[in-house]
Design a protein around this ligand. Structure first.
Ligand code: NCD
Length: 493
């Protein structure tokens, strides 16, 4: 493990058989080195340097990372408030990171409000030959993977197991990144039942809900009465654009002593903190409310993260970040032969054949117009007759669109983008008396097809970050490679 960017990057085996046991091992280490009993450890290497770049507010994550850093005896640089750095003068994230790389950073711990910034940063550092571990200390509403490691360590130490339990989440499930990450990890476990308690304004996004088959949902804290673990989340005021929506979301879900007393005996109440109203002062020091244990678990967990990151910092992890398209020739015949076949076909003919140019066939219904727009914008529709034919009955899918481009031949890069827009297309290329039918197979990572609709995505906030998407198995949804949000194809293209 070199980078820690998203829980989604790890398999269940890695999380539960390597990372959590690794964090647990550090518990003894932390106990032995704190309280004036500091011991030199094998990892001690004073030249190691960690840069802590917190572009969003933080108490626990930053302090525990710094404490972990100090207990390892490593050098550190804590970047001051971003307005006191050149970022306050408009310097980009990419250029800021390059500077810390030049100043000998081995590990970059980074928090940002921009989603996907850490993945972008890890990619450019690797491409430019730096050997640096990038650790995501929270990116906007997306992920907070190291919080998940400490949450799992807390549950393991207090409950004694990481499967067969019922966990209830309450509060802001829409924007609470610690909840998103924890759910992604728990989705790998057996027999985890999940209860979600929120207001409609703060409900969990569908992309996390679909990770579980066993979910109960509602808006009352009573629903949590038989949970082994109850996990609260602050209403993320800073992320609400709509003040009305925010006001409605505020203040509804408060865990009081009376409610807590109605819960399962031995329930464990967790919260990543800070909390505002959702944990009432009367229960703050109740022994069922294990917030302080949870916070402490941040130290061993982050020692593990720093050590692992340093040990593996020269690995290459950001492979396969280039969208690829493969072209295969499915038919190759003389034009006369093609015309003969075509005239004997019973199928209705929707366009007059051309003797030179490209026919883009099997375009998903409704997408020909988008492809034409793309070709226009890239200067590929200069000469010749162009026909756009929509809603043609098709053998393979019910209806298709077709684009006929006389005397126009397209470069491979352009064809890859078209194949990304509509994966089933074929290119019929008619040139010098020869007809070729070419099929394009795109990888699951696609680029060049449009912008990420999320305004907080790094691709909308750093001029060097280009949008890329992963296709869902059905192909209907695309998830952003950086901010990890899922969208319908039409929202992007
Ligand atoms: C949280 C965070 O920053 O996501 N806190 C933390 O890291 N322990 C929760 C929050 O801000 O509400």
């Amino acid at each position: 493990m070199k980078n820690i960017i998203s829980i989604r990057d790890f398999s269940g085996e890695q999380i539960f058989e390597e990372i959590v046991p690794g964090c647990l091992e550090q518990v003894e280490y932390v106990r032995s080195v704190t309280g004036n009993k500091r011991k030199q450890d094998i990892a001690y290497d004073p030249l190691v340097k960690v840069t802590h770049l917190f572009l969003e507010k933080s108490t626990r994550t930053m302090s525990s990372y710094v404490e972990a850093n100090d207990l390892l005896g490593w050098r550190r640089f804590i970047v001051p408030d971003k307005d006191l750095t050149a970022m306050g003068k408009g310097e980009s994230i990419a250029n800021t990171i390059r500077m810390h790389a030049i100043f000998n950073t081995d590990i970059l711990v980074m928090r940002s409000k921009i989603e996907g910034a850490q993945r972008f940063v890890a990619e450019i550092l690797e491409q430019e030959g730096y050997e640096i571990s990038v650790q995501n200390a929270g990116d906007g509403t997306n992920q907070h993977p190291t919080q998940t490691f400490l949450d799992l360590l807390t549950i393991l130490m207090k409950l004694g197991r990481l499967d067969n339990f019922k966990i209830g989440f309450f509060g802001d499930l829409k924007y609470g990144r610690t909840i998103h990450s924890l759910l992604c990890a728990l989705a790998h476990r057996k027999n985890i039942s999940v209860v979600l308690v929120s207001t409609p304004e703060t409900a969990l996004p569908a992309q996390y809900k679909k990770l579980f088959s066993n979910i109960t949902e509602g808006d009352s804290l009573e629903l949590l009465s038989d949970c082994h673990v109850v996990y609260g989340g602050r209403v993320q005021e800073e992320r609400f654009e709509d003040q009305f929506e925010l006001k409605r979301a505020m203040g509804k879900l408060k865990l009081t002593l009376a409610i807590l007393n109605s819960y399962r005996k031995g329930v464990l109440v967790m919260h990543p903190m800070p909390y505002t109203f959702e944990i009432t002062p009367e229960i703050r020091l109740d022994k069922r409310v294990i917030l302080d244990n949870q916070v402490w678990c941040g130290i061993p967990s982050r020692i593990f993260c720093l050590r692992e990151g340093y040990k593996n910092k020269n690995e290459k992890e950001c492979k396969n970040i280039k969208a690829k398209c493969k072209f295969t020739t499915a038919e190759n015949k003389s034009l006369d032969e093609y015309f003969k076949e075509r005239s004997s076909r019973k199928a209705q003919k929707y366009f007059k054949p051309i003797r030179s140019g490209t026919v883009i066939d099997h375009i998903a219904r409704g997408f020909a117009i988008k492809i034409r727009g793309f070709l226009n914008s890239t200067g590929n529709l200069s000469s010749g007759v162009k026909h756009l034919i929509e809603d043609v009955p098709s053998k393979t899918s019910e209806y298709k669109d077709v684009l006929v481009l006389e005397n126009i031949f397209l470069e491979k890069d352009i064809c890859s983008v078209i194949a990304s827009i509509s994966p089933d297309v074929t290119f019929n290329v008619i040139r010098d008396g020869v007809f070729q039918k070419i099929r394009a197979t795109t990888s699951n990572l696609i680029s060049g097809i449009g912008k990420c609709p999320n305004p907080n995505c790094i691709t909308r906030n750093d001029p060097e970050a280009k949008a890329k998407f992963h296709r869902s198995p059905t192909g209907d949804e695309l998830s952003c490679h950086y901010c990890e949000k899922e969208f319908k194809r039409e929202e992007i293209i």
